[in-house]
Design a protein around this ligand. Structure first.
Ligand SMILES: NC(=O)c1ccc[n+]([C@@H]2O[C@H](COP(=O)([O-])OP(=O)(O)OC[C@H]3O[C@@H](n4cnc5c(N)ncnc54)[C@H](OP(=O)(O)O)[C@@H]3O)[C@@H](O)[C@H]2O)c1
Length: 282
């Protein structure tokens, strides 16, 4: 495992386990197996509707809480009751603090959420604060107006969308860029790009391992998700090789700023209108 030291001194494993598409017993087992394989960073969110199963997987792994880095998120329609949202997440996940709390989307009253995060940070209930899907001017707003600075920004990223401009900006503030959809949401076209297959042969690693190693060498935190134990194991085995500089440059040529998920005003309004009962899950 390789680690970041966040801009507030907290240590964070670069590789995390994504949980958004996992449900019920499948989710519980995948989380448990991931931890047993060696993952120590688990990405969760109330909106994934699976925190209870994630919590059971963590518990069953038998690993001490202090060895794990757990991320929680607050959904936009809950920003004005962010404390309750975080407490509910802790109860479902069976944890007492989060290593990272993230404002999930840049819509609605995100300042209310951030203000509550600052209080929870001072109380020791969250150890660092992050932003998800926020733009550069929006990130600057938090840097200019708050005492506790964001430590991480999570956005869609993969070789088709390397996020160079955002990363250059974040580096000035020592803020980590975290890549969600690191495998293009499993897009076969990306995984089978000729350059990725060529490097897979050269380094004796699978195409997915090449993609994940590219993220690590780009200094991204990376959150692959999988239901499949073999994939979970393979995705962890990315710290025993280095992609040479000229090969990193070949992968860079794939960048075309493509997004699999496009957020617009219609989507933000939908998010704000969604008032789910996150307790209603297995
Ligand atoms: N903050 C946000 O707004 C946001 C938005 C979206 C996602 N996320 C986070 O990012 C995480 C990752 O997103 P994602 O799961 O949608 O996309 P992803 O990790 O890019 O791709 C997952 C897909 O890749 C496949 N896969 C994984 N490992 C593989 C391997 N070794 N070989 C072949 N196929 C493999 C999986 O299938 P199998 O299950 O069959 O392995 C699955 O279909 C989420 O779980 C979530 O934690 C955050």
């Amino acid at each position: 495992m390789e680690y970041f030291t966040l801009n507030n001194g907290v240590k964070m494993p670069m590789l995390g386990f994504g949980t958004s598409n996992l449900k019920g017993i499948e989710c519980q087992n995948a989380v448990k197996e991931a931890i047993l394989v060696g993952y120590r960073h688990i990405d969760t969110a109330s909106s994934y509707y699976n925190e209870k199963a994630v919590g059971r997987g963590i518990k069953e792994s038998g690993i001490n809480r202090e060895e794990l880095f757990i991320t929680v998120k607050v959904w936009p329609s809950h920003y004005e009751e962010a404390r309750k949202s975080i407490e509910d997440s802790f109860r479902r996940l069976q944890i007492e603090y989060a290593d990272m709390a993230i404002v999930h989307h840049p819509c609605g009253n995100y300042d209310a959420c951030y203000q509550t995060f600052e209080e929870l940070y001072h109380e020791g209930k969250i150890k660092s604060i992050g932003l998800s899907n926020f733009s550069i001017p929006q990130i600057q707003h938090f840097l200019d107006n708050y005492e506790i600075k964001p430590t991480l920004v999570t956005v869609e990223s993969h070789p088709y969308n390397s996020q160079y401009i955002l990363q250059e900006y974040l580096e000035k503030y020592n803020i980590v860029l975290e890549a969600w959809y690191p495998l293009g949401h499993g897009d076969k076209k990306l995984i089978n790009e000729p350059v990725i297959l060529e490097l897979s042969k050269k380094y004796h690693k699978s195409p997915v391992q090449i993609l994940l190693r590219w993220h690590i060498q780009m200094d991204h935190s990376v959150l692959p998700s999988s239901k499949n134990l073999e994939h979970i194991k393979d995705n962890f085995s990315i710290f025993d090789f280095t992609i040479e500089r000229e090969d990193m440059a070949k992968i860079a040529h794939l960048n075309n700023n493509q997004s699999y998920k496009v957020f617009d005003d219609e989507m933000w309004n939908k998010f704000l209108d969604w008032h789910p009962d996150f307790d209603d899950q297995e």
